[in-house]
Design a protein around this ligand. Structure first.
Ligand code: KG4
Ligand code: ZN
Length: 360
């Protein structure tokens, strides 16, 4: 193998997508050689959310086939791969075990390094799959399990400056969709209905909106919607108006909290460069949110960057890329490494879930 080329096979199985990818780094550039993704939406749809046990079974049913497919799509064999990386947390333990055990087994048999990846690090670095970016930059991660602002100061140097104290934003979309009898996952459904409704019909609460920090709270929003739903007939017109009101509320929350996050970033990172904000996670696909952030970018003279949707949602490519970054720094893991269902990117960040009062 050409010494300048590094190729890592990355495995993702932390939630409801099984994905395997081969990414190559050559002369400083990344290239996705393959990225196979199998979504479990059809399995979980019936339940209106991810069922952990079913998710784990579905990952284990398919993981070996996806590994073979990822290699074949990349037109490579195991001997061309330098290391195996897998998401080892945070996420659902059953799913994490499937990916981690597969990666460890390959590592042992092939005698190649095993690299445990923090899923959030994958999202944080995913933008590099498509363009180069200089550190530092700000990450807004909005997915079904996470909602946070983190300063990516450099590789392995992360400072969280905002997070949700209860539900993640994707969870709020999914729960609202469920209250309106819309399909799972809720985000795309809400977005579709919102376009057809009256955004001013329902006034919904915006918790923590007047606080100057970059923290979020979405649980109250869901309760307020549940109360309104209980008093109305769930007609198509009602669904559209509620979806539009919800989308409008979320747009305003994201706008305001991103503005607060930019202020917080400027206090910590003192340079004159234009701030870059990477928006990742499944909710980053939402056009209403994208539009409101682009407007904020113009007002604040910052640049919002959105990875392609296929790299915003969970994918093996970002795990392979994070694997390459670690491989280059000889950051390997022992086969005794245990998956971590809870694994913050910033080890010093305070656990905020359930905090009633929020500082700074
Ligand atoms: O990142 P992701 O694929 O999986 C993880 O949670 O890690 O994100 C899934 C979430 C779901 O909650 C889904 O409803 C939401 O992303 N989502 C959206 C949209 N597409 C997916 N939310 C709002 N608007 C969308 N267009
Ligand atoms: Zn994710």
């Amino acid at each position: 193998m050409n010494n300048k080329k590094i190729r890592v096979l990355g495995i993702e199985s932390s939630c409801d997508e099984t994905s395997v990818s081969v990414v190559e780094k050559s002369n400083g550039d990344y290239k996705v050689l393959s990225n196979v993704v199998k979504s479990q939406i059809e399995i979980h749809k019936f339940y209106g959310g991810v069922v952990p046990e079913l998710a784990a079974r579905a990952h284990s049913d398919i993981i070996d086939k996806l590994i073979v497919m990822a290699l074949s799509d990349a037109k490579l064999s195991f001997k061309n791969i330098n290391a195996i990386s897998a998401t080892a947390g945070p996420g659902l333990l059953g799913g994490l075990l499937v990916g981690v055990v597969a990666a460890k087994t390959l590592s042992y048999i092939l005698n190649k390094p095993f690299i445990a990846i923090n899923h959030l690090e994958g999202h944080a670095l995913s933008i590099k799959l498509e363009r180069s970016i200089e550190y530092p930059y700000l990450l807004l991660l909005v997915s079904g399990g996470h909602t946070e602002f983190t300063i990516i100061k450099g590789f392995n140097s992360y400072k969280r400056i905002g997070t949700t104290i209860d539900d993640a934003l994707g969870e709020a979309f999914d729960k609202t969709a469920r209250l309106l009898n819309l399909d799972y996952p809720g985000g795309p459904q809400i977005e579709k209905y919102a376009k057809l409704g009256d955004k001013n019909r329902f006034k919904l609460p915006m918790p923590l909106m007047n606080e100057k920090n970059a923290h979020f709270s979405f649980a109250g929003l869901k309760s307020a919607i549940a109360n309104i739903v209980a008093k109305h007939r769930c007609t198509e017109k009602f669904k559209k108006d509620m979806a539009a009101s919800f989308q409008e509320t979320v747009n305003r929350i994201i706008f305001k909290k991103s503005q607060n996050a930019i202020r917080a970033y400027k206090k910590i990172i003192k340079n004159n460069k234009k701030i870059k904000i990477v928006v990742a996670g499944g909710v980053a696909a939402n056009k209403g949110i994208r539009k409101s952030l682009k407007r904020l970018g113009e007002i604040e003279d910052c640049e919002f960057l959105f990875p392609s949707i296929k790299y915003c949602t969970d994918n093996g490519a970002m795990i392979a890329l994070a694997g390459i970054e670690r491989f280059e720094r000889n950051k390997f893991n022992k086969l005794s490494f245990k998956p971590r269902p809870r694994w913050p990117l910033d080890k010093n960040a305070v656990f905020m879930k359930g905090k009633r009062t929020v500082e700074g």
